[in-house]
Design a protein around this ligand. Structure first.
Ligand code: HPA
Length: 258
């Protein structure tokens, strides 16, 4: 059977679990040797490009970060021929300049604090293990093209940052954030890993567009309010879609830089 194909994938996180902007869209259900993805993927055209949208937490949002089948998600996108993935993540801000909700960050580094997540396709005993290089976990060309889109829209965005990925689903303690600060983390979220390293194992270019929705735990006098997170998520997603749209409209010229 012919698999539907797409060049680009957008993986939406909390606050982005559908993409009404996709034209001629249809849903596509795939199974993989690693199980089922988070849900049906939406395939369509956006800015003349073939795009598949996958809601990481399912539609409606029901799969917590630690229970996502990241391997099935990434493998399904590979089966669809995807060559470039833009992941959307909401995060808490740690660095003093990144604490204000509503800011955008395109991270260039990751520190992985997760545990117990299936983080490789190489887990079959006896098969050759592939030790991928992961010095620079995000694809630099894709990151630059996202930054170009942000600049074109005259938006402010942090062009780099260290994403600390925690296990969740609970938020962090104040002491954990202090430790992450010492480690050099600028933002904190729960979903960058193992998504980023699985994409690398499959040779798919991967970059992330992060929206800060709260100052991380213990960095203000207040405890973290989910209502506040929700509010900033809703506020920021319109702009995220504008950035994605601009990125896709220019993507054809940038392919040679992949
Ligand atoms: N911590 C972890 N993940 C998050 C946060 C946070 O403060 N905010 C949004 N996602």
């Amino acid at each position: 059977m012919n698999q539907p194909q797409a060049d680009f994938a957008i993986i939406g996180g909390s606050g982005l679990n559908e993409l009404a902007t996709l034209e001629q869209s249809s849903f596509c259900e795939l199974t993989t040797p690693w199980g089922s993805p988070s849900g049906a993927m939406m395939l369509g055209i956006w800015q003349g490009k073939s795009v598949v949208f996958l809601a990481r937490h399912g539609r409606p949002h029901h799969i917590p970060p630690h229970a996502i089948n990241y391997r099935a998600n990434l493998f399904a996108l590979k089966q669809m021929g995807v060559r470039q993935i833009v992941a959307v993540n909401v995060v808490g801000g740690i660095h003093v300049s990144m604490r204000q909700p509503g800011q955008f960050v395109i991270p260039d580094q990751i520190i992985d604090y997760t545990y117990g997540r299936s983080n490789s396709f190489c887990d079959i005993e006896g098969e050759t293990v592939r030790h991928i290089d992961f010095s620079f976990p995000y694809n630099e060309s894709l990151r630059q093209r996202l930054l170009d889109a942000v600049k074109k829209l005259k938006l402010h965005c942090h062009p780099s940052g260290v994403y600390g990925c925690t296990q969740g689903p609970r938020l962090e303690t104040a002491a954990e954030i202090t430790r992450m600060q010492r480690d050099g983390c600028d933002i904190v979220g729960m979903t960058a890993m193992p998504e980023a390293c699985l994409a690398r194992e499959l040779d798919i270019a991967y970059a992330s567009l992060c929206l800060v929705v709260n100052p991380a735990a213990g960095l203000t006098q207040n405890i973290i309010s989910l209502a506040e997170i929700e509010h900033h998520m809703q506020q920021g997603m319109g702009t995220i879609k504008e950035i994605l749209s601009t990125f896709l409209s220019d993507a054809v010229y940038a392919r040679a830089r992949e």
